[in-house]
Design a protein around this ligand. Structure first.
Ligand code: CA
Length: 451
C-alpha cells in the first residue's frame, strides 16, 4: 500500500470509530451523557494495587489495561508500535510516535470493544482480564512534562484583565498579531486530585509602602485547555502551520492556579513567576484529536478591523477547522458545602471556539524561531473566557478582583479561594449527529499554607 492509500484507509477506519451508532459491550459506555463512550477512548496512566504504573484507555466507568491487552496479543499490524509503547509508566514514548500509530491502535481498540466486534464474543474472558473499575485505580500524570508554556489565547480574558490595569488600552498592540505566552515550570505540574497548598510569597497592596511575606490572600484558578506535544521537532527546525496538528497528540483540562497578589507585585517587567509555579493541575484523561474530529470548527470570527494572521500562522485548513468545540465549566464546593452535603455550584461556562488562536497556531508560533518541542511538552491555552460575564474563566474576572464577591448556597461568599475550597474543571464536546464525549474532571482542593 502506498503512503497515500494508507492515509486514506486510516481516515476511513477513523470514521468508523466515530460512527454515532457504534455501541460497546461495556454497558457503562452506552449510558447517555457518559464522558467516555466508545467514540472517545482517551488514554490515561494508572496504577492498580502494587502493579507497576501503566497506560490504559477509559471506556465508560472502566479502564482498559493496554499493557495486559497487548500482552494477550490482541493488537496486530499497524497498531503494534503504539501497543508496544503502552508498556511504559508514562505516555512519552507513545506520544513520540505521532498520531497515526495511535490512530491504528484506536481502530483496533474500537473493534475490540464494540458490540458485535472481535472482543464481544469473548467478553466473559476479556472483561475480568482487561477491565478495572475506575474507582479502583490511582490515576497518575499522563506523561513526564519536560517543558510547559502557557499562552493567553482568549481575547476576552486578555481584555477583561487588561481593563483592570489599563482602562484606556486593555489590549496591548501586539495581542492580535502574536500568540502571547510565557514559559511556565514543568516540575510543579500535578495530576488532578493532588491537594494544592496555598503559596507563601511577597505581596504588596497599593495601600502598603513595602511588601510583606505571607500566604497569598488572593488565590485563584484558571480554566484552561492543555495541548500535549506528540512527535517533536529538532532544534533549529520549525513546524509549518499545516503540519502543526501532526505534532499535537491530545488535549486535556488544565487549572493554572494563580496567586494574584504575588502576581501583581512580581510580574513587571518579565511576566509571571512564583505566582504561577506552585501548582498547575491537569486532568488524567487525555483526549485524542481523532476523538475530537466531529467537533472541529472555525474559531469565532475576528472582530472587524482586526488584522489577518501573518502568513506563517495562516492556512485555509486551520481557519476552517482549527478550533475544537469544547464547552468548559468550573465548579466550586467549599469545606462547609461538603460538610452540609450541598452540591457543588457552577461558577462559569465557556467555549474553546471563543479563543483567538488555535492550538496549531500556538504550536507553530512556538517553534517558529527554531525552538525544539518535545513529546510530553504542555501548551496551555490561557484562561478560556467568553464575552458574557458568566463566561469568565477565573475569579479575578468573575468577581472584578473580589470587588463583587460570589454568594454561595451555603451563605458564604468568595472573592478569591479559601482553604478547603474544591475546584473542579469539566469539559465536553457535543453536537447534533455525534456522540457527546467528555474530558472527565480536573479537581484540586486548596489546603492551608505551611505555617
Ligand atoms: Ca494561565
Amino acid at each position: 500500500m502506498s503512503v497515500a492509500e494508507r492515509a486514506l484507509t486510516s481516515r476511513a477506519a477513523l470514521a468508523e470509530t466515530l460512527d454515532p451508532t457504534r455501541r460497546s459491550w461495556v454497558a457503562s459506555a452506552n449510558t447517555p451523557g457518559t464522558d467516555f463512550p466508545i467514540q472517545n477512548l482517551p488514554f490515561c496512566v494508572f496504577r492498580h494495587g502494587q502493579h507497576v504504573p501503566r497506560i490504559g484507555v477509559a471506556i465508560g466507568g472502566q479502564i482498559l489495561d493496554l499493557r495486559a491487552a497487548s500482552a494477550r496479543g490482541l493488537f496486530s499490524g499497524e497498531a503494534l508500535p503504539a501497543a508496544e509503547a503502552c508498556d511504559a509508566p508514562s505516555m512519552n514514548g507513545l506520544m513520540a510516535l505521532g498520531r497515526l500509530p495511535a490512530r491504528a491502535l484506536r481502530v483496533q481498540l474500537s473493534e475490540l470493544l464494540r458490540e458485535g466486534g472481535s472482543g464481544d464474543s469473548a467478553r466473559e474472558v476479556l472483561a475480568p482480564a482487561l477491565l478495572l473499575p475506575r474507582d479502583e485505580v490511582a490515576l497518575l500524570m499522563p506523561a513526564v512534562v519536560g517543558d510547559y508554556t502557557d499562552f493567553y489565547a482568549s481575547v476576552h480574558h486578555a481584555t477583561n484583565v487588561g481593563r483592570m490595569f489599563r482602562p484606556d488600552q486593555p489590549l496591548l498592540p501586539n495581542y492580535k498579531w502574536v500568540p502571547i505566552g510565557y514559559h511556565g515550570r514543568a516540575s510543579s505540574i500535578v495530576v488532578s486530585e493532588t491537594p494544592v497548598r496555598r503559596p507563601i510569597g511577597q505581596r504588596k497592596a497599593p495601600t502598603e509602602d513595602t511588601p510583606t511575606v505571607g500566604p497569598s490572600r488572593s488565590l485563584d484558578y484558571e480554566l484552561e485547555l492543555a495541548g500535549w506535544v506528540g512527535a517533536g521537532n529538532t532544534l533549529g527546525n520549525t513546524i509549518a502551520i499545516d503540519d502543526a496538528e501532526s505534532h499535537l497528540f491530545v488535549l486535556s483540562l488544565l487549572n493554572d492556579w494563580s496567586a494574584r497578589d504575588l502576581q501583581a507585585w512580581e510580574y513587571q517587567p518579565l511576566g509571571p513567576f512564583l505566582a504561577k509555579n506552585f501548582a498547575s493541575s491537569v486532568s488524567p484523561f487525555v483526549v485524542t484529536l481523532d476523538a475530537l474530529e466531529p467537533f472541529r470548527a472555525p474559531l469565532a470570527p475576528r472582530a472587524e478591523g482586526d488584522p489577518e494572521a501573518l502568513a506563517y500562522l495562516s492556512s485555509e485548513s486551520d481557519r476552517e477547522r482549527g478550533g475544537f468545540g469544547i464547552t468548559l465549566e468550573v465548579w466550586l464546593r467549599t469545606a462547609r458545602m461538603r460538610h452540609e452535603a450541598l452540591e457543588p455550584v457552577r461558577l462559569s461556562r465557556s467555549q474553546s471556539l471563543d479563543l483567538y488562536w488555535t492550538f496549531a497556531q500556538m504550536l507553530t508560533h512556538h517553534a517558529s524561531n527554531g525552538c525544539n518541542m518535545r513529546s510530553g511538552d504542555v501548551l496551555g491555552s490561557g484562561t478560556v473566557s467568553g464575552a458574557a460575564p458568566e463566561n469568565r474563566g477565573c475569579l479575578l474576572e468573575l468577581t472584578e478582583r473580589a470587588a463583587q464577591p460570589i454568594v454561595l448556597p451555603s451563605g458564604e461568599s468568595r472573592g478569591f479561594l479559601e482553604d478547603g475550597d474544591e475546584v473542579t474543571l469539566r469539559g465536553y464536546a457535543e453536537r447534533e449527529g455525534a456522540v457527546r464525549i467528555g474530558f472527565g474532571e480536573c479537581v484540586g482542593v486548596v489546603i492551608a499554607a505551611r505555617s
